[in-house]
Design a protein around this ligand. Structure first.
Ligand SMILES: Cc1cn([C@H]2C[C@H](O)[C@@H](COP(=O)(O)OP(=O)(O)O[C@H]3O[C@H](C)C(=O)[C@H](O)[C@H]3O)O2)c(=O)[nH]c1=O
Length: 148
């Protein structure tokens, strides 16, 4: 796992009416502070990458559909400097991934259903706090799956 990233399995309590899906509680070891919750949908095969945050920590869960979540560690003094990691997230592999600032992240919808990514972030969205690169930027050593 990239240094500082935490993957926490989450409960999905299903019955014949639907399901309750946990995400983040104030007494969780990964809870820091509340900034904003938002949801990002991504259609089958589509990529949303790359995102970088200077100060915001992310807490992602995917209650609908499935994504391949990818992280790249550019931090010069990190134990995992230069590493790339893929994490499968989705309603059938339901978990919370907590990501510190300073990493490049992105995701691709895998499977045939539009996926919904929930982010319970430690700060309210502030465009000046983030950076973007194209999904195929050569400075990040990762090749996304072919898109339909
Ligand atoms: C998050 C946000 C976005 N926007 C605007 C900015 C753009 O014009 C448009 C799409 O934003 P973006 O391209 O950043 O969307 P995603 O690629 O889905 O990424 C967003 O959702 C993933 C999960 C992340 O973690 C990102 O930090 C977050 O920005 O919505 C706003 O006006 N307010 C907001 O709070």
């Amino acid at each position: 796992m990239i240094d500082g990233v935490v993957l926490t399995p989450l409960r999905r309590i299903a019955d014949d009416r639907g399901a309750v899906m946990h995400m983040l509680r104030v007494d969780s070891p990964v809870f820091q502070q509340f900034g904003e919750i938002y949801f990002s949908s991504v259609h089958p095969g589509k990529i949303k990458a790359w995102h970088y945050h200077h100060r915001m920590s992310l807490n992602y869960a995917v209650p609908v559909g499935r994504i391949n979540f990818v992280l790249f560690d550019p931090r010069p003094h990190s134990l995992t400097h230069g590493q790339v990691q893929e994490i499968a997230l989705g309603d059938d592999d339901y978990a919370l991934v907590s990501v510190p600032p300073g990493l490049w992240t992105g995701f691709q919808c895998v499977g045939g259903e539009t996926a919904l990514v929930a982010n319970c972030a430690t700060l309210a969205h502030d465009p000046s706090e983030g950076e973007r690169k194209d999904h195929d930027d050569p400075s990040i050593p990762y090749v996304w799956r072919e898109r339909p």
